[in-house]
Design a protein around this ligand. Structure first.
Ligand SMILES: Cc1cc2nc3c(=O)[nH]c(=O)nc-3n(C[C@H](O)[C@H](O)[C@H](O)COP(=O)(O)O)c2cc1C
Length: 177
């Protein structure tokens, strides 16, 4: 079965470490015959949740920005890949902002396969809170199954991840779908 894969790349650095892992995942999953789209949050206009609960009952946010279209894509996808750099032991603000804005329709993001990608200057232990934070989102999605976590550890400058095991792991994870 051809799967619809949505990769959400949260780094502000195009071609940065987590973004490169997204490209590897994309390459692998395209080769496996799946349909894939990568969205870079840095290029999207997504404001923070206002907690006005204007979406209650309507399922539509009062803010008119790029989140509406992204939510459609998240609901439609079979596979969601969330990728973030580690910032102060957690996900970056772009990813957290996007997650908060799923409030109007997160219960419709159901039965997804999820993959988490994180990159950090430090090692794996320093990345667990970031993985946990992404897991927290997955725990709110009905029927979500986390299929893989890719740790791009010990990478600081753009591109350093190419020399790590994570580079191949991201390709293989995409290919395995
Ligand atoms: C604001 C900021 C906070 C960071 N905090 C951490 C951190 O807590 N732990 C860590 O290991 N690296 C930290 N880093 C380094 C990045 O995680 C690292 O450079 C990573 O490879 C960036 O991924 P990217 O190229 O995908 O953006 C931080 C970088 C920035 C810009």
């Amino acid at each position: 079965m051809v799967k619809k894969v949505l990769i959400i790349s949260a780094s502000p650095r195009t071609g940065g470490n987590s973004d490169l892992l997204c490209d590897q995942f994309k390459k692998g999953t395209e080769e496996a015959g799946n349909t894939v789209e990568k969205v870079q949050l840095q290029k999207q206009k997504i404001g923070g949740c206002l907690a006005c609960y204007g979406c209650r009952g309507t399922g539509v946010c009062v803010q008119k920005d790029d989140m509406e279209e992204l939510l459609d894509k998240m609901v439609e996808a079979d596979v969601l890949v969330l990728a973030t750099p580690v910032y102060f032991y957690s996900m970056d603000g772009q990813l957290k902002t996007m997650i908060d804005r799923t409030l109007p329709r997160y219960t419709q993001i159901k039965d997804k396969e999820l993959y988490f990608i994180a990159t950090a200057a430090a090692g794996r232990r320093a990345m667990e809170r970031t993985m946990d934070a992404m897991q927290g989102f997955a725990d709110c999605l009905p029927g979500a199954r986390v299929m893989g976590r890719i740790y791009g550890e010990g990478v600081y400058q753009k591109g350093e991840v190419e020399a790590t095991a994570a580079f191949e792991q991201a390709y293989e994870a995409g290919r395995s779908l």
